[in-house]
Design a protein around this ligand. Structure first.
Ligand SMILES: Nc1nc2c(ncn2[C@@H]2O[C@H](COP(=O)(O)OP(=O)(O)O)[C@@H](O)[C@H]2O)c(=O)[nH]1
Ligand SMILES: [Mg+2]
Length: 322
């Protein structure tokens, strides 16, 4: 992160606080669930462990991960007296360990043209995320181009044009509506390369209700990009909406069948009651989480911090920044 970006972020309320506020819908449920089991100190036995497991599942951590975490808790203190804080601190530590290797900064740009393909279902936050990414990269003095590759909807192209203005980054638009997305991606990368841009961000359509079409389209985009630049796309980022909880797991699986993914961006963590899914995603797919969306504004794309997230999830505010 450059000094400029740091300064920008520094002006706003700390991201932990904002994430904490946003995640409060998820964490309140979890904390209430665990605290209602341990009013004061109580033995960690089969019954109380089951209740903790239920609370973890209710927060969208998923049944497998919930069972694993509870098994670790059992190994740690079975039949011993514990309180809510101790249980939540232990779980936060375990969750931090799962998330830590995957909480990564945005990938470094290589010399020459970099091409990042952004995929995800409609409404997941692709276009918004591209706008935020473009602003951040431009803040880091990169020469950025955006390709409005969701050629299916005129409104999508217009929405991206507005983001381009906000981010002060040029947007390449297809010539007509319903243009061939692959042909357009080819043109956009050729142009970005000719103009010696550092990075091209490509938006895509997310019509998952027709998986065969989407598959054919995305695979064709990748094929033609490689004709321009054999290493392209350098990143294929899946954008996931945190408010859909465990359904995000299916989306990763589906997209992985279509196209090799290199990383995730999780949006709408502000306001999700199902934020626990991030931990389930990390543990199951081992894909880096390059950034998270914590609001609709241009600066609301933040690096993902494992420890801050785990503490916020478990309602442990000691680590809160100001
Ligand atoms: N609260 C919140 N809203 C978001 C975030 N990211 C995107 N959105 C909103 O989600 C909606 C869909 O986003 P859009 O970028 O159009 O999704 P796309 O269809 O995948 O391109 C828009 O109203 C965005 O403002 C986020 O991190 N937090
Ligand atoms: Mg869009």
């Amino acid at each position: 992160m450059t000094k400029d970006t740091e300064k920008q972020i520094g002006k706003r309320p700390g991201w932990f606080r904002r994430l904490g506020m946003g995640l409060s819908r998820t964490s309140r449920r979890l904390v209430d669930g665990i605290s209602s089991v341990f009013t004061g100190r109580k033995p960690l036995n089969v019954t109380t462990l089951q209740e903790i497991e239920d609370a973890l599942i209710a927060a969208d951590l998923g049944p497998q991960l919930a069972a694993r975490l509870v098994a670790e808790l059992e190994r740690y203190k079975f039949n011993k007296d514990v309180d809510s804080i101790e249980v939540r601190s232990f779980l936060a530590n375990q969750i931090t360990k799962i998330l830590e290797p995957l909480a990564q900064p945005l990938p470094e740009l290589k010399s020459g043209i970099n091409c990042w393909l952004v995929v995800g279902v409609n409404g997941s936050g692709k276009t918004t995320t591209i706008g935020k990414l473009a602003a951040q990269l431009r803040g880091d003095k990169k020469k950025v181009f955006i390709a409005a590759g969701d050629t299916f909807r005129a409104a999508a192209i217009e929405q991206l044009a507005i983001w381009g203005e906000r981010a002060q980054v040029p947007v390449i638009k297809p010539a007509g509506s319903n243009a061939d997305a692959a042909g357009f991606a080819f043109e956009a990368l050729t142009k970005a390369k000719a103009q010696e841009r550092d990075i091209l961000l490509i938006d895509t359509a997310g019509r998952l209700h027709n998986k065969a079409d989407l598959m054919a389209e995305l695979q064709k985009i990748v094929r033609v990009l490689k004709k321009v630049e054999p290493q392209a796309p350098h990143q294929t980022l899946l954008v996931l909406d945190a408010t859909i909880g465990q359904n995000a797991m299916n989306q990763v699986e589906t997209f992985q069948q279509i196209i090799p993914l290199t990383g995730l961006i999780v949006t709408k963590l502000d306001g999700s009651a199902k934020g626990g899914v991030v931990v389930a995603l990390a543990e199951k797919f081992h894909l880096p989480i390059y950034a998270v969306g914590v609001g609709e504004a241009i600066e609301d794309l933040q690096p993902f911090s494992a420890q801050d997230f785990a503490s916020a999830l478990m309602g442990l505010d000691e680590a809160a920044d100001t």
